[in-house]
Design a protein around this ligand. Structure first.
Ligand SMILES: Nc1ncnc2c1ncn2[C@@H]1O[C@H](COP(=O)(O)OP(=O)(O)OP(=O)(O)O)[C@@H](O)[C@H]1O
Ligand SMILES: [Mg+2]
Length: 411
């Protein structure tokens, strides 16, 4: 244990790998899954359930992995109290490992003393099935980032079936199946991939759980728990936790990521610590928030834009900062021409302007939609992509544009 810094009681609490001992949010989802697996077992039809946890496209840090591993641990605890020997094995299949690698992690986590190298997958699985039989052990195999396993060219359909329908190939000596599965995937597309590659497993999924991005209320609970466990008492104020929760809460327009919220609290604490402050102050929190906002700005993409696309983005950002919401094409065109002249650039014509808009929209930097029938007929309206903070965007754009202008040959 490290020496306390005055701010942190336990720094590890803010690490990605830290798992709170009790889930305060999503606890109901976790116990629902846990009791489902237990019920399956009580029925003595063996233990061959397949369940799926998935999120939404583009939403990360919403507790999928956390819930899955929590279910694994609860099953060991709750099942243990009922006299069952449960063991969960967690494998992140990201990076698409081979079946062999997966089996070798399984063997490792089950504490089995066999050498995987030089054995066939079938032999290793046979050893696992036997091990489970001998110890009368029930295994929950958690396959995280499951979509990446399905999309991997290194894993064949046969491999997948072998792994996920072990008992078809290798019946246990007493006829009892002892391996269940908890699949974790980023979003609903996983079921389409499954239907394509392993339809028999897809049709076997007993329970599908969709996890939504966190609301600000939920984030508040999660952050308070972290603060209580990881920070020295009295160094933080509930108001700051609210500030962070509201920034990231899905209901308040944030992306609902617990990961980002926790990182921001940690950063605020680190800023306070670095300054030798005895408490976290509001300016630490605001600075931490703006740092995380900056990371939403796709710097590389912006640097790759042409000068006029940058000017157009700046025009849009300015309109958004002044009146918020959507800008009409006409408004944007006027503002763009003004800004171009201000920077000493000849504005481009309409055709070019519309091509820029199309590109920038395709890149996800702006949203474009039809205004519907208005006074002046049909037109497009445009806004800055919602995850981009306008004030930060403006600073970044201005600085890139200034760099370009400095490099401009003197006429
Ligand atoms: N309900 C919760 N209670 C406490 N901490 C949570 C909760 N949900 C998520 N976290 C924390 O937020 C971070 C991200 O959560 P997690 O890794 O489970 O998200 P994920 O949905 O699996 O993300 P990804 O899509 O990137 O895999 C972790 O540090 C985790 O401990
Ligand atoms: Mg995850």
């Amino acid at each position: 244990m490290e020496v306390s810094s005055g701010i942190f009681k336990d720094r590890f609490v803010f690490d990605e790998g830290y798992k709170p001992r009790r889930l305060l949010v999503r606890d109901r989802e976790a116990s629902l899954l846990t009791s489902r697996y237990l019920a399956k077992l009580d029925a003595m039809a063996g233990f061959t359930d397949v369940s799926l946890i998935y999120g939404s496209i583009g939403r990360v840090g919403i507790g999928k992995t956390t819930v899955a591993t929590y279910v694994g641990r609860s099953l060991e605890e709750v099942g243990g109290r009922k006299g069952f020997n449960f063991k969960h094995v967690y494998i992140n299949t990201f990076g698409a490992p081979s079946l062999h690698q997966i089996l070798s992690v399984m063997v490792d986590q089950l504490g089995m003393n066999i050498s995987v190298r030089g054995s066939s997958a079938l032999e290793v699985l046979k050893a696992i099935v036997d091990h489970a039989y001998l110890k009368d052990m029930f295994i929950l195999l958690i396959l995280d980032e499951f979509q990446s396993l399905l999309l991997s060219p290194r894993v064949s359909e046969d491999d997948l079936y072998l792994l996920m329908r072990v008992y078809e190939e290798i019946p246990s000596r007493d006829g009892v199946n002892r391996i269940s599965y908890l699949l974790v995937a980023s979003d609903f597309r996983v079921t389409a991939y499954m239907r394509e590659r392993i339809p028999q497993v897809e049709s076997q999924i007993g329970f599908r759980m969709h996890l939504k991005p966190y609301t600000s209320e939920e984030l508040k609970v999660i952050l308070t728990q972290r603060a209580e466990e990881g920070l020295v008492e009295g160094v933080w104020d509930d108001y700051y936790i609210e500030l962070i929760s509201e920034y990231f809460g899905e209901d308040k327009g944030g992306d609902g990521s617990a990961r980002k919220a926790i990182l921001t609290l940690r950063m605020a604490a680190e800023l306070a610590e670095a300054e030798g402050s005895s408490v976290i102050r509001e300016d630490h929190v605001r600075r931490a928030l703006s740092e995380s906002a900056l990371s939403y700005i796709p710097l590389d993409e912006l640097r790759a834009l042409s000068t006029h696309e940058l000017l157009l983005m700046l025009a849009l950002t300015n309109v958004v900062m002044e009146k918020g919401g959507w800008a009409t094409t006409g408004e944007l065109m006027d503002r763009y021409e003004e800004i171009a002249r201000y920077y000493g650039e000849q504005p481009r014509g309409h055709t070019q302007f519309h091509t820029y808009i199309k590109n920038l929209a395709t890149m996800g930097l702006m949203d474009v939609r039809s205004s519907g029938k208005g006074v002046r007929g049909r037109t497009s309206i445009i806004r800055l992509a919602p995850e981009i903070p306008a004030d930060r965007m403006r600073e970044v754009l201005e600085s890139i544009i200034m760099d370009r202008i400095k490099q401009r040959p003197v006429e």
